[in-house]
Design a protein around this ligand. Structure first.
Ligand code: B12
Ligand code: SF4
Length: 538
């Protein structure tokens, strides 16, 4: 490269945990050391009320937008990364960067430009429509030498009114993935604090956003194509996205070891992979053996698809240190699962929850994703979800979402065709649930299996949210608070501070209480005792 370019790279999302951004940031910094990596968190985790009340995607005020833009405009390149929910914040920052320094070249990468490049390119000079590392390297080589860069693959460019659209590079191979630098983590990044401006990201910032958890992604790709998911778009661009790709197990283990050496209080590793359990047993075994031998803290698997839950895989991973899973269920109605194009039928979901339940002594209760407030639900569909939750083996908890439709997905097109309106993606899905009896029951069933006579009376009154019906704000506030208290209790019982951000976990770690508690009260699963249920039944 002929000269080092002044690059400002900002992640405009909620948190400091964004894996794709941290991947590209480490890479760009390696090829161009004059790169400043910044986080612009869109939710204010220093203020609990703020977290709950703000719009998803953030409420940075005019002054904040100006401060961020000023920092970005000092670069020759101002590069952003974001999802769709914070895209409006990015529009505002870009517009301000243009006012401050019209010469700064503006790039937008990440999930929003991948899923909706037509939107992102209206604002930026260039958008990255796929995996960014090798494409950005090619772009930068031309940019630095002041050569024509508009043929760079995996990029769209705006040239006055003309949009130049280049094809994406083939997806990275496992070998490519092994050769990338480890994800950026506590490597001198700065973070924007409201009212204060940019400061060097400290342990406190990591605690505020992620608690004692280190988040990462080992495998990329998912074989399914649920209508509401960005995966429908990735597969549309490149069918190879269905294949799961990952670096070698030792590479991911080394990345985790590096993170722990930087922040020794880390007490959980979270794998946000789309489809972790669909990896073949042999590959999981290779990973599990290395994890058990080299990492002392437990891990949680977020992307679990019920179809792939197998007892032997769960036993293997528990032995290696897994202490929790999060699994997508979404609905208890076959019609709605069909509408989402989720291939796992209800009997398989039931089987998956039963398998997980067999290991309940060793795990924090599994958490299942549920989507409420689907505008096409009939009363039978809404009741079917609540029935499923009533019968499901306990304990469990839920991640409860009110449906937000990601623009440009199959579902967005389907709902448009049906003339159905849904709330915008940046409407806060944590706050804006309807206070219907059905929603109250969903929260309540996570901590109370009420007597059957009471349940059957209540269920008859359940209606979908778009139907005229009485609302129960006080009951809703009560069951929702109890839901959170139960969830927090389940985690504290396991001394797990992955969902409880802030300093409490840190203090317990520092005083040795976490270590002591785990030694004394927690049971570690031992694979040598594993007996397949089938064999036992014979
Ligand atoms: C890990 C993950 C999370 C983690 C961490 C966040 C993160 N971004 O990593 C957590 C759990 C926190 C999370 C939360 C949410 N997530 Co999420 N998450 C993912 C997931 C499963 C993997 C992301 C990933 O690491 N991919 C692998 C990397 C290598 O790819 P990548 O991120 O695209 O990054 C590459 C390129 O984009 C590019 N790139 C990125 N930035 C830049 C910048 C420049 C300048 C350039 C040139 C290139 C570039 O290079 C990167 C490296 O190759 C994706 C699904 C998916 N398969 O992508 C969903 C996904 C991104 N999440 C999604 C959503 C909706 C959410 C939530 C809003 C869910 C919710 N309702 O709460 C929240 C938002 C929280 C927030 N941070 O604001 C949607 C986003 C849809 C959209 N259009 O925005 C996705 C696509 C899943 C889906 N349902 O379709 N998520
Ligand atoms: S299983 Fe998950 S990641 Fe895969 S397509 Fe469905 S929602 Fe997306």
């Amino acid at each position: 490269m002929s000269k080092s370019t002044d690059i400002r790279l900002a992640c405009v999302e909620d948190g400091l945990d964004n894996t794709g951004f941290r991947k590209i940031a480490a890479f760009i910094k390696k090829i161009n050391p004059n790169t400043k990596v910044a986080y612009v968190p869109t939710a204010n985790h220093r203020n609990l009320v703020g977290v709950l009340m703000e719009k998803a995607g953030g409420n940075l005020n005019k002054n904040d937008i100006f401060n961020v833009a000023k920092f970005m405009a000092e670069g020759e390149i101002a590069a952003f990364s974001s999802m769709t929910q914070s895209s409006k914040t990015v529009y505002k920052i870009i517009s301000e960067v243009r006012n401050i320094n019209p010469k700064t070249f503006i790039i937008w990468g990440g999930i929003h430009p991948i899923i909706q490049p037509e939107d992102a390119i209206k604002h930026a000079d260039a958008v990255c429509t796929g995996e960014g590392e090798f494409a950005f390297k090619t772009f930068l080589e031309h940019f630095a030498k002041e050569e024509d860069f508009t043929k760079t693959p995996s990029f769209w460019f705006r040239n006055n009114d003309k949009i130049i659209k280049n094809r994406n590079l083939p997806l990275m191979t496992p070998k490519d993935m092994d050769e990338l630098p480890h994800l950026s983590y506590d490597d001198g990044e700065v973070v924007y604090r409201r009212e204060k401006g940019f400061v060097k990201a400290s342990a406190d910032d990591y605690l505020d956003y992620s608690g004692l958890q280190y988040g990462t992604v080992w495998s990329v790709g998912c074989p399914l194509h649920c209508t509401y998911c960005g995966n429908t778009k990735f597969i549309e661009y490149d069918n190879a996205y269905r294949r799961i790709r990952h670096s070698s197990p030792q590479t991911i283990i080394d990345e985790i070891k590096r993170a722990i050496s930087k922040q020794p209080h880390l007490s959980t590793v979270a794998f946000h992979d789309d489809s972790f359990l669909s990896l073949p047993y042999e590959q999981l075994k290779e990973f599990a053996d290395l994890y058990k031998a080299q990492i002392e803290i437990p891990f949680v698997i977020y992307g679990v698809i019920p179809t792939y839950v197998r007892e032997d895989k769960i036993a293997l991973l528990l032995d290696a240190g897994m202490n929790r899973v999060r699994m997508g269920i979404q609905s208890g109605s076959d019609n709605i699962l069909e509408f989402y194009k989720r291939p796992t039928k209800l009997h398989r979901i039931k089987e998956a929850t039963e398998i997980l339940n067999r290991f309940k002594k060793y795990m924090i209760p599994p958490s299942y994703d549920i989507i409420l407030e689907n505008p096409i639900e009939t009363p039978e569909d809404t009741r079917a979800t609540v029935d499923m939750l009533y019968e499901m083996p306990r304990p469990y908890t839920l991640n409860i979402y009110a449906l937000r439709v990601i623009p440009n997905t199959t579902m967005a097109a389907e709902l448009k065709k049906r003339g159905v309106e849904t709330p915008p993606i940046d409407k806060n899905y944590f706050v804006d649930y309807h206070r219907t009896l059905g929603n109250c029951l969903v929260f309540a069933l996570t901590f109370w299996k009420m007597p059957h006579w009471l349940y059957s009376r209540l269920r008859k009154k359940i209606l979908p949210v778009h139907t005229e019906q009485p609302l129960y704000p006080i009951l809703f506030a009560t069951v929702r608070s109890l839901f959170y208290i139960k969830k927090a209790f389940d985690h504290i019982r396991f001394m797990d501070f992955s969902v409880l951000p802030g300093r409490l976990g840190y203090v317990l770690w520092k005083t040795g209480i976490i270590k002591f508690w785990k030694k004394l009260f927690l049971r570690q699963y031992n694979l040598s005792k594993y007996q397949p249920t089938q064999t036992k039944l014979k």
